[in-house]
Ligand binder design. Structure first.
Ligand SMILES: Nc1nc2c(c(=O)[nH]1)N[C@H]1C(S)=C(S)[C@@H](COP(=O)(O)O)O[C@H]1N2
Ligand SMILES: [Mo]
Length: 372
């Protein structure tokens, strides 16, 4: 396939109000997977339980032959193999990553795309070279404004063939807070194929789309990047004509490990009467989480949960817990997070055409059966 076979300005599709999940959405949901919510129990998500989102195919990648090109508006273009990359001083950062489309499947009307409920999240320790180290090595030209990152994967978006590419503003690419990483290890092991083997970008605090996997090129540019994933996708738009604002930082969210045990098909949770420990995780890319509140009466009243103190991992989720005395009958449990910038989770859905950053509070219907 070659060149333009479609219309890159074509907007994504919004499902009809009563339209069920399509086979195309099921095909995406079968390729990609979320975090089973009980895995919120682990501080560090085991690699196989971390959510996965791959737009096209996982590319064939040989670490021994891999080369990262650093070029564009730099003084000295570089070509770095894995051995050279590993010779730079390495850092390890614990980072919670979340897909910008998390929560999309519950929107109404529903944007047709990967149908995440709330499980597109995970936390890992990523080891690699700070991006600023590599850019200092290459020497940033005075007129550079952005860094464009290209993955080795390739596919078609709305009829146009392309590589997966995203950019970051230069101050973020060369800055130290947060420090962007060119990572080659996840939880102390080489990156697994689905998470970008052998090299990926990690952008603490940003939604997943910025963390370019199978990273093969970094190019500094003197104009803002206008590729599909930057200028067309990942923007908060209310209408197809709306230019929208770019999707960047992760909005606050708290999730609860569904208590009790599930009914296989309905997924309804069953608990026995008495004390039930409620716990989960909370995070925000804007600012540290300050408060987590829990409701056991479908959002009518809220009480503060116990939030774990800061542990030095600013870019990772934090544990919270609360206690509930279950009484026979039906209940709806909810949890919501607030951050130090005053962002919090809404009680009605924030809607945009891409279904991005829907951090509507989680609702968990629970059935408490008497007689245990
Ligand atoms: N090259 C490349 N990088 C990519 C993607 C992709 O399809 N190709 N998907 C992005 C999106 S939308 C998300 S949410 C994260 C998912 O990272 P993970 O699969 O390691 O959790 O990778 C991002 N990086
Ligand atoms: Mo994503």
């Amino acid at each position: 396939m070659d060149g333009r076979i479609g219309d890159i300005s074509a907007p994504g599709r919004i499902a009809e109000p009563d339209e069920g999940i399509s086979m195309e959405e099921l095909a995406l949901a079968a390729r990609n997977h979320g975090l089973p919510l009980e895995a919120l129990r682990y501080d560090l998500t085991p690699a196989g339980l971390h959510y996965v989102l791959v737009h096209y195919d996982i590319p064939a990648a040989d670490a021994d032959a891999w080369e990262l090109a650093v070029g564009g508006r730099v003084r000295t273009p570089l070509t770095l193999d894995m051995r050279t990359l590993k010779s730079f001083p390495a850092v390890t950062r614990r980072v919670t990553m979340e897909c910008a489309g998390n929560g999309r499947a519950r929107l109404s009307p529903r944007p047709v795309s990967q149908p995440w409920l709330v499980e597109a999240v995970g936390t890992a320790e990523w080891t690699g070279v700070p991006l600023r180290t590599l850019l200092a090595e290459a020497g940033v030209a005075a007129d550079a404004v952005e860094a464009v990152f290209t993955g080795a994967d390739h596919g078609v978006e709305r009829g146009i063939e392309q590589d997966y590419q995203r950019s970051l503003p230069l101050p973020l690419a060369t800055g130290g807070d947060p420090e962007v990483l060119v990572a080659y290890e996840m939880n102390g092991r080489p990156l697994p194929p689905q998470h970008g083997h052998p090299l990926r970008l990690i952008v603490p605090g940003w939604y997943g789309m910025a963390h370019v996997k199978w990273l093969r090129e970094i190019a500094l540019t003197d104009v803002p990047f206008t590729g599909f994933q930057q200028a067309m996708a990942y923007r908060y738009r209310q209408s197809p004509e709306d230019p929208g604002e770019p999707v960047t930082l992760i909005a606050p969210r708290a999730l609860m490990i569904p208590p009790g045990f599930p009914d296989f098909m309905s997924r309804t949770r069953l608990v026995r009467p008495g004390r039930v420990r409620l716990e989960g995780r909370a995070w925000s890319g804007h600012a540290p989480v300050t408060t987590v509140e829990v409701s056991t009466d479908d959002g009518r009243s809220w009480s503060e949960a116990e939030l774990a103190p800061p542990d030095g991992h600013r870019w990772a989720w934090r544990n919270w817990r609360a206690s509930w005395t279950a009484t026979p009958g039906s209940h709806v449990l909810s949890v919501r997070a607030h951050d130090a910038d005053g962002h919090h989770q809404p009680l009605s859905q924030p809607w945009n055409r891409g279904g991005f950053a829907n951090n509507l509070v989680q609702r968990i219907p629970v059935l408490c059966a008497s007689g245990g």
